[in-house]
Design a binder for this molecule. Structure first.
Ligand code: ADP
Length: 592
């Protein structure tokens, strides 16, 4: 069929319709353009609002951190006065009632400090602001240091404190020592707190290799291998009811408010420990039975390596081989630990749990080479009895005493050493080696008493240092001066700001400056930077920060400014003594 051509009128009509459509499209396009412009403007406005909101949130978070830092600083400063002064007051003659009052003030100060630290840590973790400072660390030292902190409280409650590191556990691990110590310290302090007098707290450490290429830890390898470390803190305390176990890992949660009033605490320790162990790639859990005790388990994943440092603890030694050792302790764990450890060195031991059994063992076999006796009380009764028993031996039998933290007054010539609990294999090895390698090992050595850690460490030379103290707070000046005096340093110059430090340096040569950070006129960091710039390393004094700035990174800021060491307030005698020792060892090394 032929196609019919459109007429001219029809074509004109179609063109007109198309033009109308085009017009509509044009107008739609214009409308759309307007809408697009409005939307873009709107999006820009939203984006800028979002940016502002983010800036406000960041500013708020910065302000919160700053507020926390300031609050921590402000609370720590008076606490330094309270804890420092009461510790000093306790060393003066007081009636028992006064002593009790002062003790309560000091303990309350310590509790308040723990609370500030916990809240600070908790909010840092919540804000994702807590970073781990992973470094190769000595695992045995870390465990021993955590135990040492609890040793005085455990001794007071006559709680036996012990630890056991499994044989194939790596000695050097990569971890954040402060945070690992914090986790162990939390668990240990709970274990001691919730264990009645005369109980026991034992820490066990073991490790499982995780990586495919397993290194033999006894091989001298510098390669690091991945391990899971497992810590178990076992106590014979009050236990936790099964239905409360899940709640104790929640913040501010405690099993029983009346128990809390009795024992104290914030209910934050376990939450912080849990978060820290998770950050370290591990977990935390507990097994517990009411009235029997609890075992808290913590794992962390870490790189581990081998060090020669403790190799001697796991091998036999000719000078100890077949030496006969009599172990006398009423505590089964300690007997087992002593026996296990001395067997590794090739010694032969027998256990006597009572003095009567010791007597029997001495009568049966007069050929003992050494006897280790655990003293259960500070009294000398057991010693007098022992002296009588050993009198009839052909040669003098060397005695090693195992004592709680308090030093024992003893005058017996047989005693070659007093070792404090928990038993430290390194110390025991040193004592036995000294005993069996000294030329006349039958003649007893002068007693080497491991003293209470609050006493100044031996080796501090009195008055031999020229010290400058830069501190603007009068109470803190007093605390520092008295603590230094107690450690044998009476002559200390005091200034109260950085400008005065610089002036004092022009007139005197100082060995050490204890430098506060926040001071008027010129702060401690600026002052240190100026000293570092003006004086050579050999000329300038050793600078130790002594500050209430205890937030994460504060130590690094002080060291980056040129300081040599860092002490956070409240200043403890032991830490101060340690800082002085650090200075001496640095001086020894640089003089060599
Ligand atoms: P707190 O500061 O109260 O000790 P934690 O978070 O460390 O806070 O512990 C929470 C609660 O868990 C404690 O108040 C206590 O009720 C219970 N708890 C922790 N450890 C033990 C333990 N070893 N034995 C018995 N109860 C424990």
């Amino acid at each position: 069929m032929p196609i019919k051509k459109p007429t001219k009128e029809q074509l004109l009509l179609e063109i007109e319709q198309l033009q109308q459509m085009l017009e509509t499209l044009r107008s739609d396009k214009a409308n759309l353009e307007i809408m697009l412009e409005t939307t873009t403007e709107h999006a820009d406005a939203i984006e800028s609002q979002l940016l502002t909101a983010r800036e406000i949130a960041e500013e708020a978070s910065r302000a919160k951190s700053q507020f926390l830092a300031n609050m921590s600083h402000e609370i720590r400063t008076p606490l330094n006065g309270i804890i420092g002064m009461t510790s000093l007051l306790l060393d003066t003659p007081l009636t028992s009632m006064q002593q009790d009052y002062v003790d309560t003030i000091r303990t309350s100060g310590e509790v308040l400090l723990a609370l500030v630290n916990d809240i600070l840590d908790f909010s840092k973790i919540e804000a994702g602001k807590l970073d781990l400072d992973n470094q190769p660390i000595d695992l045995r030292q870390c465990v021993e240091e955590s135990l040492d902190l609890l040793a005085p409280t455990a001794a007071q409650k006559q709680i036996n404190l012990a630890y056991l590191i499994a044989n194939d556990t790596p000695q050097i691990v990569v971890s954040d020592i402060t945070r690992l110590r914090q986790v162990l310290g939390n668990l240990l302090s709970n274990a001691v707190k919730f264990t009645p007098n005369s109980g026991e707290v034992v820490v066990s450490v073991s490790a499982y290799p995780l990586s495919a290429e397993e290194n033999d830890p006894s091989e001298k390898s510098t390669n690091y291998t991945e391990y899971e470390l497992h810590f178990a803190v076992k106590d014979t305390g009050i236990g936790i009811p099964a239905d409360r176990i899940s709640t104790i890992f929640q913040s501010f949660s405690q099993v029983d408010a009346s128990i809390t009033r009795k024992y104290g605490g914030t209910g934050l320790g376990l939450v912080i420990s849990q978060r820290l162990s998770q950050m370290m790639g591990g977990q935390i859990w507990v097994e517990s039975e009411v009235g029997i005790g609890s075992t808290f388990h913590v794992t962390i994943v870490t790189q581990a390596g081998y060090s020669e440092r403790y190799a001697h603890l796991t091998r036999k030694h000719p000078h100890l081989l077949n030496k006969r050792l009599l172990i006398s302790s009423p505590n089964k764990t300690n007997c087992m630990l002593l026996r296990q450890q001395t067997k590794r060195w090739g010694m032969k031991s027998q256990i006597a749990t009572t003095l009567l059994e010791v007597f029997g063992a001495l009568r049966q076999n007069p050929q003992w080479d050494v006897i280790i006796v655990e003293m259960s009380s500070p009294g000398n009764q057991d010693l007098i009895l022992l002296e009588k028993m050993t009198k009839f031996q052909k040669k003098r039998l060397p005695l090693i005493l195992l004592v709680p933290i308090y030093p024992i007054q003893q005058s017996q010539p047989n005693i070659v050493a007093c070792l404090s609990k928990p038993i430290k294999p390194i110390k025991l090895y040193e004592v036995l080696t000294e005993l069996f390698t000294s030329p006349a090992h039958t003649t007893p050595l002068p007693p080497s008493v491991e003293t209470n850690p609050s006493l100044p460490p031996i080796g501090l030379k009195s008055n031999s240092l020229k010290i400058l103290l830069a501190e603007d707070n009068l109470v803190n000046q007093k605390v520092a001066l008295l603590l230094l005096k107690k450690l044998g340093h009476e002559v200390v110059d005091v200034v109260s700001n950085g400008l005065e430090v610089l002036t004092a340096l022009q007139h005197h040569l100082y060995d050490i400056i204890f430098m506060d950070i926040q001071m008027p006129e010129m702060d401690g960091l600026t002052t240190t930077r100026q000293i570092v710039q003006e004086y050579s390393d050999k000329q300038r004094p050793w600078i130790i920060a002594m500050t209430a700035n205890a937030m994460q990174g504060d130590r690094e800021i002080c060291l980056a400014a040129g300081m040599d060491d860092y002490l956070s307030k409240p200043i403890r005698e032991k830490e101060l003594a340690h800082a002085l020792l650090q200075y001496y060892s640095h001086k020894d090394i640089s003089n060599r």
